[in-house]
Design a protein around this ligand. Structure first.
Ligand code: NCD
Ligand code: ZN
Length: 369
C-alpha cells in the first residue's frame, strides 16, 4: 500500500432502504448495493417498507432471493410487523433477523415487543408518536413522545434499537433506559449529525425532507457529539433514495440518499479513525453476530483500502490532492471528502477497485476464486 493509504474494515450499515420492485425507478438492489460497495460498506440491513412490503413469508422469501442474486454486499432483513404475529416464527425460519416498527405500529407496541422477544428477533423502532405526527409532522414533539412511550415498554423487556435518533432529549431518555435495561441501543444518521434546519424548522427546502426531520443546530451538535464520544451505539445511514426530480419537487417525499459517501464522510468529519470504525464497522457487525468489523486474525476479511488526503506525517500529498471527491448531489453536496475508496475486499477477494469498478456480485460467482 502507498504511504497515503490506510486499510480499514468494511462497514456494516444497520439501516438502509434498498428500493427495487415497484420502486426500481428510484434504485435497484443492484445499483444500491453497488453504491454501498463502492463506498466501503460491505454489509447492509434492509428495512421492510419496500413496495410491496416485506411483512409476510412469501415477500421475505422473494426478497432474500433477489438479494442473493443481485446484491454486491452481504444483506440482512428486518421484516414489518405482520397482522398475525404467529407468522413471525415462519419469517424467522426463512431468515429474517429482526422486526422494524413504524409509527403506525405504536398501538401494538407491547405485543410487538413480546413477540420479537419470544421469537429471538431483533427489534428496531422508528420512535415517533403517530398522534403527535398528525398534529405537527416536523416538530420535535413526535420524537419526544415516541421515545418516552418506547422507553416505557422497553424497560420491561429490553431488546430495542432506536433508529435515527435526532434530539438531545432522546439521547438522555435512552441513556436513562440503558442504565437499568439490557439490550438497548441507538443509531445516529449522517444527516442528523451534520445537517440542521436553521432557526425555523418549518422553513427547510423540500429536497431535505426526511423522517425524522432535520433539527435545530443545538440538536445537530448533540447528535454529532454522540458519535464523537461513542455514546451513540451505531452510525447508520437510513439511506432512503428518491429520484432527482422527486427530490426537486415542492412535495418532495421524505428520505435521503447517502450510502455511497457515508463512510468517507464519517472519517472526514469525525477525524477519529478508531471511533469511526467502532461506530460503523465493529459494533454493528457484533450486533449482528458477524465475525467481521475488525482487522484481526479469525475475522472475515471484508476490507477497504482508503486513500487519505493527509498522510500519516500530516503532510498533504500534492500528487493526489485533486483526486478526492467533492460530493456533487444529494444532502451533502459541496462537502470535500478526505478519504477515497480505492479497493474493497469481500472475504479476502478483491470485489471493487476505483480503477475498474465492481468485480463480483455476492451471489453470482463472477470471479474465479
Ligand atoms: C423512509 C423511506 O423513504 O423509505 N424515509 C425517511 O425519510 N426515512 C421511510 C420512513 O422512514 O418514513
Ligand atoms: Zn428508515
Amino acid at each position: 500500500m502507498a504511504e497515503d493509504e490506510i486499510l480499514l474494515p468494511g462497514a456494516t450499515d444497520l439501516h438502509v432502504h434498498l428500493r427495487d420492485w415497484e420502486e426500481s425507478y428510484k434504485e435497484t438492489v443492484s445499483s444500491g448495493t453497488l453504491a454501498a460497495l463502492s463506498g466501503g460498506v460491505t454489509t447492509v440491513v434492509e428495512m421492510p417498507n419496500t413496495k410491496p412490503p416485506i411483512d409476510n413469508p412469501e415477500a421475505l422469501s422473494k426478497r432474500l432471493e433477489l438479494l442473493e442474486s443481485d446484491s454486491y454486499v452481504d444483506c440482512a432483513v428486518h421484516v414489518g410487523l405482520p397482522r398475525e404475529l404467529q407468522i413471525l416464527s415462519a419469517m424467522r425460519r426463512e431468515g429474517a433477523i429482526g422486526v422494524k416498527l413504524y409509527p403506525k405500529d405504536f398501538p401494538r407496541l407491547r405485543e410487538a415487543f413480546r413477540a420479537a422477544h419470544d421469537q429471538s428477533l431483533k427489534l428496531a423502532v422508528h420512535a415517533e408518536d403517530p398522534e403527535a405526527l398528525v398534529q405537527d409532522p416536523v416538530g420535535p414533539r413526535a420524537e419526544e413522545n415516541g421515545v418516552k412511550e418506547v422507553c416505557k415498554v422497553a424497560s420491561r423487556v429490553g431488546n430495542v434499537r432506536f433508529c435515527h435518533v435526532s434530539l438531545a432529549s432522546s439521547v438522555s431518555a435512552i441513556a436513562e433506559l440503558k442504565s437499568h435495561t439490557n439490550g438497548v441501543s441507538f443509531e445516529v444518521t449522517p444527516h442528523h449529525a451534520l445537517l440542521s434546519c436553521g432557526p425555523d424548522y418549518r422553513q427547510l427546502p423540500p429536497s431535505l425532507n426526511v423522517r425524522p426531520p432535520l433539527r435545530r443546530e443545538c440538536d445537530r451538535i448533540a447528535m454529532f457529539e454522540t458519535l464523537r464520544n461513542g455514546i451513540a451505539d451505531f452510525y447508520a445511514t437510513d439511506h432512503a433514495p428518491h429520484t432527482a426530480s422527486e427530490k426537486e419537487s415542492q412535495n418532495a417525499p421524505p428520505g435521503l440518499r447517502s450510502l455511497k459517501f457515508a463512510y468517507p464522510l464519517l472519517l472526514t468529519e469525525l477525524q477519529d479513525v478508531a471511533m469511526a470504525c467502532r461506530l460503523y464497522c465493529e459494533r454493528p457487525a457484533a450486533y449482528l453476530g458477524e465475525t467481521k468489523g475488525k482487522i484481526e486474525p479469525g475475522m472475515i476479511a471484508d476490507l477497504v483500502v482508503f486513500r487519505t488526503r493527509t498522510r500519516p506525517d500530516g503532510q498533504e500529498p500534492e500528487a493526489n490532492s485533486n483526486e478526492f471527491d467533492i460530493v456533487e448531489t444529494g444532502p451533502f453536496v459541496g462537502r470535500r471528502l478526505g478519504y477515497k475508496v480505492e479497493q474493497v475486499y469481500k472475504g479476502g477477494v478483491l470485489s471493487y477497485s476505483s480503477e475498474t469498478g465492481p468485480l463480483a456480485k455476492r451471489g453470482r460467482r463472477e470471479h474465479s476464486a
